[in-house]
Write a protein that binds this ligand. Structure first.
Ligand SMILES: Cc1ncc(COP(=O)(O)O)c(C=O)c1O
Length: 376
């Protein structure tokens, strides 16, 4: 049997007629950039998330860059981010001219650890002066510890930009992630739970002034056209992607439930295995399982074993950001953020997508169990 970590072709087959007619509608309209299709998607996704403003942009990376810019973060500012995340979280900080400050993660959830953030700020008066924002990431689809992080942000007057790229629809205390801080950022990269057929992203906020700035920044800072108030960029969601996303949004909750069911089945079978931890579910929030990520000793050998049996897996992420070569000048050392470093050695994401069949999942579970029996 061959089982990829994700199979987008199966999803397309299940919604083919809806997608094909949405694409035809846009092509026939002749309007490809922004316009009514993007506006309709922005309204629908804002309603889905329960937020006042949703601004469609070119990617999740751009959403972070635009949110930072809209919030006025720039040269001389420092921004606290987790070390264990996708590169874009910190890359966007550098690309507005600010400096990332890496904090450690909670070993159970892999999300930003509030006590690590508190310790950084308490022990460094210069950081207290220079820190302008914090970016919690809702990694793998599970909300970060938002109450504690928002409290620290209030204490030190930090702007909170949520990186919700992997967590659309996940809730923290009955509110959608992305809507809890000042600004929220989403990615519609094709592999995401709500994925476009190309790049796409979204900035959300309840703040009218921040929304206005983000809207201007995505069209070179202009309003109206050709009158430029600030220097922005070209970062727009295109109409084809918006039309595709409108179709997919109506299926998102049903896909999330399928992911949660698969996760519960994985949990039940794999939690019996010694030396392997299934994803921890923190209280007061929902996990939408963008990834089903286990923590396991002998991770690389297990990955190889699964590969030999036709099963695709991924390591998100093999090197924490504070040890990346491009951040060498910031002076971080190995051992400084131990939980991020340990996570990067032990995590493994298993196949997870709504169309994964019971038979396939059974085979994956048996193959993991076999590995444990033979090699341990
Ligand atoms: C946590 C996180 N932040 C940011 C991004 C960037 O999104 P994009 O790939 O759409 O630029 C991604 C996705 O790739 C992500 O997983």
């Amino acid at each position: 049997m061959k089982i990829p970590i994700l199979d987008l072709k199966r999803q397309y087959q299940s919604i083919k007629s809806e997608i094909d007619s949405a694409i035809a509608r846009v092509i026939e309209s002749g309007q490809f950039i922004l316009g009514p299709e993007v506006e309709a998607f922005e309204r629908e996704v804002a309603q889905y998330l329960g937020v006042k403003h949703a601004i469609g942009v070119a990617s999740g990376t751009d959403a972070l860059w635009l949110a930072l810019k809209a919030a006025g973060v720039g040269p001389g500012d420092r921004v606290i981010v987790p070390s264990f995340t996708f590169f874009a979280t910190a890359g966007a900080v550098c690309n507005v001219g600010a400096t990332p400050v890496f904090a450690d993660v909670d070993p159970r959830t892999f999300n930003l650890d509030p006590s690590s953030v508190q310790n950084l700020l308490e022990s460094d008066t210069q950081l207290q002066d220079q820190a302008k924002a914090i970016i919690p990431v809702h990694l793998y689809g599970q909300p970060a510890e938002m109450d504690a992080l928002l409290k620290i942000a209030r204490q030190y007057e930090l702007i909170v930009i949520e990186d919700a790229a992997q967590a659309i629809g996940a809730q923290y205390k009955d509110r959608a992630v992305g809507t809890l801080g000042h600004l929220g950022c989403f990615s519609f990269f094709p592999t995401k739970n709500l994925g476009a057929y190309g790049d796409g992203g979204l900035v959300v906020t309840n703040d009218d002034a921040l929304a206005e700035r983000a809207r201007m920044l995505r069209v070179h800072g202009s309003k109206p056209k050709y009158y430029h108030h600030i220097v922005g960029t070209n970062s727009r969601l295109d109409a084809l992607q918006a039309a595709i996303l409108r179709v997919k949004l109506t299926h998102l909750d049903e896909w999330t439930r399928a992911r949660q069911k698969l996760a519960a089945q994985y949990d039940q079978a794999l939690s019996q295995i010694e030396g392997l931890a299934v994803p921890y579910k923190a209280p007061d929030r929902t996990h939408i399982y963008h990834q089903y990520t286990i923590r396991v000793l002998g991770r690389d050998a297990l990955q190889q074993h699964l590969k030999e049996h036709g099963i695709g897996t991924e390591i998100y992420y093999p090197l924490p950001l504070h040890l990346q070569p491009c951040f060498g000048h910031l002076g971080y050392r190995e051992g400084q953020l131990p939980e991020s470093e340990r996570a990067s050695q032990e995590v493994l994401s298993l196949p997870m997508f709504p169309e994964l069949t019971e038979m396939e999942q059974k085979y994956i579970i048996e193959t993991v169990e076999n590995f444990v029996r033979v090699y341990r």
